[in-house]
Design a protein around this ligand. Structure first.
Ligand SMILES: [Zn+2]
Ligand SMILES: [Zn+2]
Length: 738
């Protein structure tokens, strides 16, 4: 028991204080059971209340939950709890992102099947989330590697293929040698593999691509019109688009053909020194008529972004020997091929202007002086036309690994490539799938491989590539909306899905801009497929918050760096409420913060103080909830005003997901209530009945304000005050009109 203040209950008539130590872990487990048996977080049927869907992503099943998850889900859980109390019908849950390389590699390392490993992760992570008191409707959860789930990934693949949004081409793709897989653009950064940080290179092979380029403008147009998105979320979408504004002119290639070339420097076209074409430009092969040039281009493709080649001095610059006449340029310009174009402008052709661009200067220094071919420069009157380039581009979605949704296609010697009929989905992975690390076990699994052609019924072989788990992530916000028992027959056109759109609130970590972009795209694809009726502004998410990362010693937390906080140890030591309060109170969601013991100690001390102060007072002086504070007398009037102001502020804070302010204002209210008691005793020698009632009413209000953030201790104090209904099922205190 902590020391009571000078105004402790012992001094108060009848105050049989017996405030014991607060056993967080026991109390928390008890309330979690109570919530579960009362089904307070079950998804409500549609009624007159607003339907509000809160979604914060689905964790990868590659191990334990980490603090980044805890930050995302605590912010979104607090908001979901707040919305429920405010009278919304709330959908809040999460699924598990269980396909893909990390899970596969971990299964190999542990020498278990990927199914067994994923199941273990799901059980453990769900246990952690339950321990943290997240108000998830677990009846709505899902695991993306379950056949009843990935049949819809396959369905989406086929529907998008029919619309030309998924297409195959023999293409140069980014390849990681150590992971033996093709990487999506998002999975490689500066020539490094996202997972193993090894160098990546280009190889050519037939690949399925997702045509996100068809939605670039759609996803950009919407951005002006998203009042409920915070700056970071909108900014992340602009970063993914990678839009560069400039002008375009038509170069005339000597020897035939026109080539639109782009530059962001409209006023410096006269200074252009060369034309640079990306090796991924659609027409790049038309510049390789000379065999040695074709050979060099092949080398660029083979070598790709070798790590030491990335600098401008080392990157390959293929001189094609061809020249172009560019309107506005002062001389004929040599045409070069270089991957230095891609990272800056995408798969395009650009003017090299050394005066304006350091990379261009580097390229120019390496060019042989051309022999000054005699050629009449194009005298064009056409002014340069405004144009833009985007770094966002179509990305490959097929993988040569087994732990993913099989691509639902069949190769028939007579009919060619035949899609599996929708009613025959899912194409399931073998139950006895084992992964070893080399090659693709599906290609060696006869039961999987051999099949009959859906068209001619003759013997055929299944496609053995699987769909990249990035595609799973693109629609992972959908399944939660659909009751689990209906998912085997209906998904994207289910009325419950439509009911929850647009989602009331999305909460994402700062590294999820690419996922968000592609999820918005899928929302638009589903409207264009007429699975979904048109949404306002075509956007599936009404409000979006992008929170920053939690760091450790100034660095990103990662297993790789060995600076990961173990959430189990932390929760076991201080309890879930302290952990929740610490991640909310340490910084506003928009700010990164460095993890250390300080916020934990601060929040633990606050909750101890709250318990020691509030528990005996609420028990002895219990008040019906929503009780008016007798505002006669100057001190009580002031307390009443503080309560009203705190309630107003915290309501706005929680509405706007300003959780740090919400917790700060709640802590402040406790200080004010304690201050009131001290002054009242100082002035009058002891508290009167109206004072005691005022304190109990103020504390009860505080407990309600705190419930979204630290629900267990709030529930306990609520019960201590004699309330027989669950606080988690109690309406928010009425707004005071005054
Ligand atoms: Zn790799
Ligand atoms: Zn056939």
């Amino acid at each position: 028991m902590m020391m009571m203040s000078s105004t402790s209950l012992e001094a108060v008539e009848g105050g049989a204080a017996k405030a014991g130590a607060y056993d967080a872990v026991a109390v928390e487990a008890r309330w979690q059971d109570a919530w579960s048996s009362a089904s307070v977080f079950a998804t409500p049927p549609q009624d007159e209340r607003p339907s509000s869907y809160v979604f914060a992503g689905c964790p990868f099943t590659s191990g334990d939950a980490h603090l980044g998850h805890i930050r995302s889900y605590t912010i979104s859980d607090a908001h979901a709890r707040f919305l429920r109390a405010r009278g919304h019908a709330v959908l809040f849950s999460l699924g598990f992102d269980s396909f893909g390389l990390p899970a596969e590699l971990e299964a190999i390392r542990r020498d278990v099947s990927p199914q067994a490993w994923v199941e273990e992760c799901c059980t453990r992570m769900r246990g952690q989330f339950e321990q943290l008191g997240y108000s998830c409707d677990w009846d709505r959860t899902f695991v993306s590697s379950e056949p009843e789930h990935y049949r819809w990934t396959q369905w989406l693949f086929l529907a998008m293929m029919e619309k030309g949004l998924v297409y195959q081409r023999d293409a140069q793709v980014t390849w990681c040698d150590s992971c033996q897989t093709v990487l999506a653009a998002l999975q490689s950064e500066d020539g490094e593999c996202w997972r193993c940080h090894g160098e990546v290179r280009f190889v050519r092979r037939p690949q399925w691509f997702m045509r996100i380029s068809a939605y670039i403008e759609d996803n950009e147009n919407g951005l002006e019109d998203l009042p409920g998105w915070d700056k970071a979320a909108v900014g992340s979408q602009r970063a993914v688009l990678g839009r560069i504004d400039g002008v375009e002119v038509d170069a005339v290639v000597l020897g035939g053909g026109e080539l639109p070339v782009f530059t962001p420097h409209a006023d410096s076209i006269a200074d252009a020194a060369f034309v640079a074409v990306s090796p991924t430009h659609l027409e790049v092969d038309s510049f390789t008529s000379q065999p040695e040039v074709a050979e060099q281009l092949e080398q660029v493709r083979e070598a790709g972004w070798r790590r030491d080649d990335r600098g401008v001095e080392r990157a390959q610059v293929v001189q094609t020997g061809m020249q172009a006449s560019v309107p506005g340029a002062s001389s004929l310009l040599p045409i070069v091929i270089s991957s230095l174009v891609d990272a800056r402008f995408g798969p395009t052709a650009v003017l090299g202007i050394p005066e304006r661009d350091e990379t261009d200067r580097g390229i120019a220094e390496r060019l042989e002086k051309s022999a000054g071919t005699a050629w009449k420069l194009t005298k064009s009157n056409a002014p340069p036309r405004p144009a833009a380039r985007y770094r966002a581009r179509d990305f490959p979605i097929s993988r040569q690994r087994a732990w993913g949704a099989p691509i639902p296609l069949v190769h028939c010697p007579g009919c060619g490539t035949v899609p599996v009929p929708r009613e025959a989905l899912p194409v399931s992975l073998p139950d006895d799938l084992q992964v070893s690390g080399d090659g693709n076990p599906l290609a060696e699994h006869a039961d999987f491989l051999e099949c009959s052609c859906p068209k001619c019924q003759g013997p055929a072989k299944r496609e053995t590539d699987t769909i990249d788990c990035h595609v799973d992530g693109m629609w992972m916000w959908v399944p939660i909306c659909v009751p689990a028992e209906d998912r085997s027959t209906s998904m994207f056109s289910h009325p419950e899905f439509q009911r929850w759109l647009p989602a009331k609130q999305i909460v994402w970590g700062a590294d999820a801009g690419g996922y968000m972009f592609d999820q918005r795209l899928i929302g638009k694809v589903l409207q264009d497929l007429e699975e979904l009726p048109p949404l306002e502004a075509r956007e599936p998410f009404a409000n979006a918050l992008m929170h920053q990362m939690i760091r450790m010693d100034g660095r990103k937390m990662s297993k790789h760096l060995g600076n990961v906080v173990d959430p189990n140890e932390l929760i076991g030591r201080v309890g879930a409420d302290v952990v929740r309060l610490a991640v909310l109170n340490a910084a506003s969601p928009g700010k990164a913060f460095n993890w250390n013991d300080q916020p934990v100690r601060h929040c633990q001390s606050f909750l101890e103080t709250l318990w020691d102060y509030a528990e005996p007072r609420l028990r002895e002086w219990n008040q019906p909830p929503g009780g008016e504070i007798d505002a006669s007398g100057r001190l009580r009037r002031r307390l009443s005003t503080w309560c009203r102001v705190a309630c107003d502020k915290i309501t706005v804070n929680l509405e706007q997901l300003e959780m740090q302010r919400a917790t700060h204002n709640t802590m402040l209210l406790l200080t004010r209530i304690q201050g009131f008691e001290k002054r009242a005793v100082d002035q009058r020698g002891e508290l009167d009945d109206a004072d005691r009632e005022a304190i109990a009413a103020a504390l009860l209000l505080l407990v309600q304000m705190l419930a979204p953030c630290t629900p267990h201790i709030a529930e306990e104090l609520w019960a201590v005050a004699g309330n027989e209904t669950l606080l988690s099922a109690t309406p928010w205190p009425a707004d005071d009109e005054s």
